[in-house]
Design a protein around this ligand. Structure first.
Ligand SMILES: Nc1nc2c(c(=O)[nH]1)N[C@H]1C(S)=C(S)[C@@H](COP(=O)(O)O)O[C@H]1N2
Ligand SMILES: [Mo]
Length: 556
């Protein structure tokens, strides 16, 4: 096979690997696209001097230059692998596998990497190996077939042999390949080479169809991957964000907030475990570079902020527990994070809220809306336009680049993710997304509590048993939690610390003396207004569930 053909096969197989890995990354996690991971690792491994030189020389384009460089290097490697594969396909396959290993290492050594993140690399390299193998096979037919072809149509391919041009009539004689005894491989005219143990000859037509097939597959996979997202770009933009420092950083959380019991929700919910609730089938991909937030309506001075504007403002940090109105008693749709952002009240004061306005109608990039009471946002609580969550840029699923966070209100009336527009208006003039769908226009969070330990339905051994969980009454604060077993006396639980009234609070009963048999455990919380949860069960609609979380355990 000529060198150019081998190089071409290498390039096309490389493209198939990249296209398929883009597709899989689009499905599982755009930041697990190996080329980006390799780029990030390269940045991390580059000595500071070189990095500074690159930034000085290429300025804002340094990432483009880096990615361009990686693509050129990859193309050269692909060419080399193609040439190796033409000599012996196994060299090419082994080379690709080794290349994939580099990608896997790069992906896995990124912070936050999970095991599924190797999928784009592994599946992509697998597809590249498959393509390499297939196109080589197609381009190299067994030499005896070509030899036989001089006397008739060859093999089972059904296309004319060399010397039979389009329109020419194929010979009618010997429609089958010649029997073994009559073949004379040594008369083969095309250059013959060794692929594996067979003698094989180059077939242009096989090359052409193989290459076209490969290009089509790479293109379709790559475009689908991009469409599934635009995600890779947003995730690159997100990883490029350096969060600003808060003007008054919060103290680190005291150890006392977290009882560190196995099975009890940690005080800070890791971003990867944070519940996600939204109407988005495909997560909106919002480029921070072109993101803007308009504040308009009943204001004196409409405001339009870019992401850069936002980052330049006074930055605040707040620990806030977010909760969904659809959370059943004992349900999982609640999580606590340390948010970083700017004060929504400050931004509203810049715009000048007019008299009579009582609602902020916030809209997300995908058109979802929430209606938030103006007085709540302006009453001094940490209502934020947040861009950071637990020390990193807001995850895309949680509203990147900017979302609202308002302590004390359910998410559906306050926590607009991918927020791009806030209209200052009135509840009697505007309706948010969930209101006509049967949910209350206003949604303050109800005081609730949940048993995490033991789990409902668990079997526990006889003897001293820990009962523990979380309770919340955002912006009021949890004052007490009580637990009772089998409808006996309510017992005071020991409360963990809480940094402010805006977060949930862990609680524990350290020494329940569990006796053999089935038991019912109930919990209730009292908030700082003196209100104690009642046994009244309310469904989640229209404004949040109530009732005591009740679990059954079997002891013995
Ligand atoms: N754009 C948008 N923002 C949204 C929603 C939505 O459907 N679309 N759902 C809200 C609801 S109901 C809740 S409970 C919170 C959940 O935030 P999380 O997914 O970050 O936990 O987001 C809120 N923000
Ligand atoms: Mo929600």
């Amino acid at each position: 096979m000529p060198q150019w053909a081998a190089a071409l096969i290498g390039l096309v197989s490389g493209a198939v690997a990249v296209g398929v890995s883009l597709l899989v990354a689009g499905l599982v996690n755009p930041s697990a696209f190996p080329i980006v991971a390799v780029g990030d690792s390269a940045v991390d491994l580059t000595p500071a001097v070189l990095k500074e030189w690159a930034i000085r020389t290429f300025g804002e384009n340094d990432k483009v230059v880096l990615l361009g460089g990686i693509i050129v290097v990859m193309a050269l490697i692909a060419v080399a692998l193609g040439i190796a594969a033409a000599r012996d396909v196994r060299y090419g396959l082994a080379g690709l596998a080794a290349f994939g290993l580099v990608g896997v290492v790069a992906v896995l050594t990124r912070p936050e990497a999970g095991l599924v993140d190797v999928l784009p690399t592994v599946v992509g390299v697998g597809a590249g190996m498959f393509a390499l193998h297939r196109i080589i096979r197609r381009s190299l037919v067994p030499a005896e077939e070509l030899a036989g072809a001089s006397t008739g149509p060859y093999g089972d391919r059904g296309h004319p042999a060399h010397g039979t041009g389009p329109g020419e009539i194929a010979p009618v004689s010997s429609p089958e390949p010649l029997p073994e005894s009559e073949r004379r491989p040594e008369v083969a005219t095309p250059p013959v080479m060794r692929a594996g143990n067979d003698l094989r000859a180059f077939d242009r037509r096989g090359l052409l169809t193989g290459v076209l097939g490969g290009v089509a597959a790479a293109g379709v996979a790559g475009i689908a991957g991009r469409m599934l997202s635009g995600r890779a770009e947003v995730s690159v933009a997100r990883s490029g964000i350096t969060l600003p420092h808060p003007a008054k950083p919060l103290a680190p959380l005291p150890a006392g907030v977290d009882l560190k019991l196995k099975g009890l929700s940690p005080f800070v919910t890791p971003n990867s475990d944070f519940y996600r609730v939204d109407t988005a089938l495909v997560v909106p991909q919002v480029d921070p570079g072109s993101w803007t937030l308009k504040i308009h309506g009943m204001v004196d001075r409409p405001v339009e902020l870019t992401f850069a504007d936002l980052m330049k403002r006074t930055v605040v940090e707040a620990d806030v527990t977010l909760c969904c109105v659809s959370n059943e008693v004992g349900g999982p749709y609640i999580g606590n994070a340390r948010w970083l952002g700017v004060s929504l009240a400050d931004v509203l004061r810049d715009a000048g809220v007019q008299k009579g306005a009582d609602m902020l109608l916030s809209t997300s990039a995908d058109g979802w809306t929430a209606g938030t009471p103006v007085d709540v946002v302006l009453d001094g609580r940490d209502a934020l336009l947040a861009f950071g969550m637990n020390g990193e840029a807001l995850p895309v699923d949680h509203g990147f680049p900017v979302r609202q966070v308002v302590p004390g209100l359910y998410g559906y009336v306050s926590a607009t993710k991918w927020v791009t527009d806030i209209r200052v208006t009135r509840f009697d003039e505007d309706e948010a997304y969930w209101t006509p769908r049967g949910w209350s226009a206003k949604g303050p969070i109800k005081t609730e509590s949940r048993i995490d330990l033991p789990r409902d339905g668990a079997s526990v051994p006889v003897g001293r048993t820990v009962i523990a969980g979380v309770a919340w009454a955002q912006h009021k604060g949890v004052d007490a939690v009580e637990v009772r077993v089998d409808r006996g006396q309510w017992r005071q639980a020991r409360l963990a610390e809480a940094p402010t009234a805006d977060t949930w609070r862990q609680w524990v009963i350290d020494d329940w003396d569990a006796t053999a048999g089935d038991h019912t455990i109930e919990v209730r919380a009292t908030d700082a207004t003196g209100y104690t949860q009642t046994a009244d069960r309310a469904p989640v609609a229209p404004d949040g569930a109530t009732g005591w979380h009740t679990i059954q355990v079997r002891v013995g």
